[in-house]
Design a protein around this ligand. Structure first.
Ligand SMILES: NC(=O)c1ccc[n+]([C@@H]2O[C@H](COP(=O)([O-])OP(=O)(O)OC[C@H]3O[C@@H](n4cnc5c(N)ncnc54)[C@H](O)[C@@H]3O)[C@@H](O)[C@H]2O)c1
Length: 332
């Protein structure tokens, strides 16, 4: 067993639930803490393992968090509020993403946990000035999400530098795959496009569609995060996790149309999203060297897996599309 009782914050979310699936075989028990603000218990209900303990709690609540942290050896900290949420609710976004992380770090130091894996984001960089982007690229976040996540990862590393606290920062680039969000202000580009294509609706592109992203399949992202929980020689480091492939949103729309079997699917351009980052393209050589990270699922295979997942879901693509919101950075 690699872990005794890892604590996964945000474990009912998209990436967290993939991480929990991988951790369960490597741990005596796994504890998830999630307030279900964007995550779903149903993301974990197929794991019928009594080693899994799910606690519905807000990470901002100090006393219950202390109890949970005290009982854990390694913390994988994923709970957060997202980029579009930060546009309409910046104070709450920063409170969860930055302030609650600082409080968790303080408790974790006091409770002497073995390792704290801070899951950050490529959004801390803002638009790339030089590609592919190494970990020492400038951090000029565009949104409060990006700046609150930058504050959180800085807090994690300051704890290392000041107190020799065992923290490590992982910066995933964009992820997609089963259990990704299409709904409300959590909705991401790949699920939104795919559900629109399946419903013969035009894919809505924010701005000119020349902005680029570097997409990883969720299980690849989660495996890198998991490895950060135990490999040696990475404490105090910041490590990118991306596929190392750049694609424009216009190209992505075409690819999704082809994979879904509707090559003539339409696109429609609309206003740019405030704070949208224009270019992201990862250099993940550090993850490859230190975390043994090798992406296993390329974009076309991953999109096919996502398509199959939608086909097997209880709710039809039509019902799912009703939960989608087109300009999803405005308050509900
Ligand atoms: N999805 C991506 O493309 C991507 C890319 C880079 C980084 N990340 C990072 O990965 C992590 C997970 O992201 P995700 O895409 O799985 O998001 P997600 O929204 O699916 O997961 C976040 C989880 O945190 C929970 N949560 C939110 N606020 C909470 C609170 N106050 N208390 C307890 N739980 C709370 C939510 O209910 C949800 O289950 C985040 O830290 C995010 O910054 C994600």
């Amino acid at each position: 067993m690699q872990f005794k009782n890892p604590l996964v914050t945000g474990g009912c979310g998209f990436i967290g639930s993939s991480l929990v699936r991988q951790l369960i075989n490597l741990s005596k028990s796994v504890t998830v803490v999630d307030n279900l603000s964007t995550g779903h218990i149903s993301n974990l209900t197929d794991i019928s393992d009594n080693k899994l303990n799910i606690v519905q709690e807000d990470i901002r609540n100090e006393l219950p968090m202390r109890e949970l942290i005290r009982d854990s050896d390694v913390i994988f900290h994923l709970a957060c509020l997202g980029v579009r949420h930060s546009i309409h609710s910046p104070i709450e976004n920063n409170d969860v993403n930055a302030n609650a992380t600082l409080q968790m770090l303080k408790i974790s130091k006091e409770e002497k946990i073995d390792r704290f894996v801070q899951v950050s984001t490529s959004e801390v960089y803002g638009t790339a000035t030089k590609v592919p982007m190494k970990e020492n690229a400038p951090t000029l976040p565009h949104t409060i999400y990006g700046s609150s996540k930058l504050a959180a990862e800085s807090h994690a590393l300051s704890f290392f530098r000041t107190y020799n606290f065992p923290s490590v920062v992982i910066r995933p680039f964009n992820s997609y795959g089963p259990r990704c969000h299409h709904e409300g202000d959590s909705g991401e580009v790949i699920p939104k496009f795919m559900l629109r294509v399946l419903n013969k609706q035009p894919m809505l592109i924010f701005g000119n569609g020349q902005q680029t992203r570097d997409f990883s399949y969720v299980d690849d992202t989660a495996r890198a995060i998991l490895n950060a929980g135990f490999v040696s020689g990475i404490i105090g480091k910041t490590i990118n996790v991306g596929a190392g492939k750049e694609i424009t949103i216009n190209q992505l729309a075409k690819l999704i149309a082809d994979v879904a079997g509707y090559p003539n699917a339409l696109t429609e351009h609309t206003e740019s999203r405030p704070g949208d980052v224009l270019r992201l393209y990862a250099d993940s050589s550090m993850a490859s060297d230190l975390l043994n990270f090798k992406p296993q699922t390329d974009l076309i295979s991953g999109l096919k897996k996502l398509l199959n997942w939608y086909k097997e879901k209880k709710l039809s693509p039509g019902e799912l599309l009703k939960e989608e919101k087109s300009l999803n950075w405005f308050p509900n």
